[in-house]
Design a protein around this ligand. Structure first.
Ligand SMILES: Cc1cc2nc3c(=O)[nH]c(=O)nc-3n(C[C@H](O)[C@H](O)[C@H](O)COP(=O)(O)O)c2cc1C
Length: 331
């Protein structure tokens, strides 16, 4: 298990557009770097984009090895972008075949491609020819079904893709319901290339269970790592049968401070303001503490990053470690 995935440890930090800009990855990957850090999608248009724009995105990433995700449907432009990134040092170029956002699906990109297998074949064939680094795809189960992923993943394998990641929900489900781990197992049985499982592994023990239940070669973790940036460390400790680190209030507040400092730096690029982005991270962080839900409305009213830090410090400092639910299993 995990042996054929090309990165070690066999864990990936998920791409999270708008929430985890490239410059912030090191804050989540700090305690135990995942084997691969995946950057959120870059849109590739039909009009050629400047090579420097792609190269700059790669340079912004604060950790290595890094996977850069492309979202688009034009084979020539996607192949060109992948070639640029490959030459610029990306370890992996990933193709977004899963984004469920209506604005993206309407343009025939993201998960819409799950219903256009021949277009996927053309796209990946063209990309393979220009890309020397690894090439991967990230899929949802289907648009409104849970069957499309299997046929599209087989096409990807035929096109020479090196590994496949599946978030086993349909696009229509967005983040509702539960991810169907059986689909990950099915993909694993059908493909020769490595399969990465993803979705709702809120605790390190969940990630281990996903891997053991499906036989997948690696696990991708997204939102749970925003809530608990120690999850990759805890997962490795579980794998090795070691005692598992349990963060204290001071650890969590240290993370909050590092986040606030990074967000305060002018170089951080973000589609929204620093305070909004900080509040989004704090919303994930407050899912843990027992007092989080009562604290959340007050946190959302904060007028500045420093005011919010101060509030968290005064409210969380005195809590015992088990109040944070940041252990390897649900408390
Ligand atoms: C805010 C947000 C942004 C996301 N952006 C991307 C993205 O750019 N590309 C992508 O393939 N998936 C994206 N995803 C999906 C995640 O990578 C991941 O597949 C999903 O959240 C399920 O994994 P998790 O339960 O570990 O978070 C995003 C998810 C969220 C919540």
């Amino acid at each position: 298990m995990g042996s054929s995935f090309p990165f070690s440890p066999p864990t990936l930090l998920a791409p999270m557009w708008g929430v985890l800009p490239a410059e912030l990855h090191h804050l989540v990957a700090v305690h135990q770097p995942p084997g691969l850090v995946c950057l959120a999608f870059l849109r590739v248009t039909r009009t050629p984009q400047r090579a420097r724009w792609f190269e700059r995105h790669l340079l912004l990433a604060s950790v290595r090895p890094v996977s850069v995700q492309l979202l688009g449907r034009d084979p020539d432009q996607m192949a060109r972008a992948a070639g640029i990134l490959s030459t610029a040092g990306a370890a992996v170029v990933d193709v977004n075949l899963g984004c469920p956002k209506p604005s993206i699906v309407r343009k025939g990109t993201g998960s819409a491609l799950l219903e256009r297998p021949e277009q996927v074949r053309a796209l990946l064939g063209a990309m393979r020819r220009t890309t020397d680094c690894l090439l991967s795809v990230k899929l949802r189960a289907g648009v409104n079904d849970r069957e499309s992923a299997l046929s599209v993943a087989c096409i990807a394998e035929d096109a020479g893709v090196d590994f496949v990641t599946l978030h086993p929900r349909s696009s229509g489900e967005m983040f509702g319901g539960t991810p169907d781990w059986h689909l990950v197992a099915e993909l694993k049985r059908a493909l020769r290339i490595p399969v990465v499982g993803n979705g709702d592994t809120w605790y390190a023990a969940d990630a281990l269970r996903l891997q053991r239940a499906t036989g997948c070669d690696a696990v991708m973790i997204g939102r749970p790592a925003l809530r608990n940036p120690w999850i990759f460390l805890q997962l490795e400790q579980l794998r090795r049968g070691e005692g598992v680190f349990r963060p204290t209030a001071a650890d969590l507040l240290g993370h909050v401070d590092r986040l606030a400092t990074a967000l305060g730096r002018a170089s951080v690029e973000r589609p929204r303001g620093a305070l909004d982005l900080f509040k989004e991270h704090v919303t994930w962080i407050l899912r843990g503490p027992t007092t989080g839900q009562t604290l959340l409305p007050r946190a959302m009213r904060a007028q500045s990053v420093s005011e919010l830090c101060e509030l968290l410090r005064s409210e969380l400092e005195a809590l015992p470690p088990d109040a944070f639910d940041l252990g390897p299993e649900r408390a």
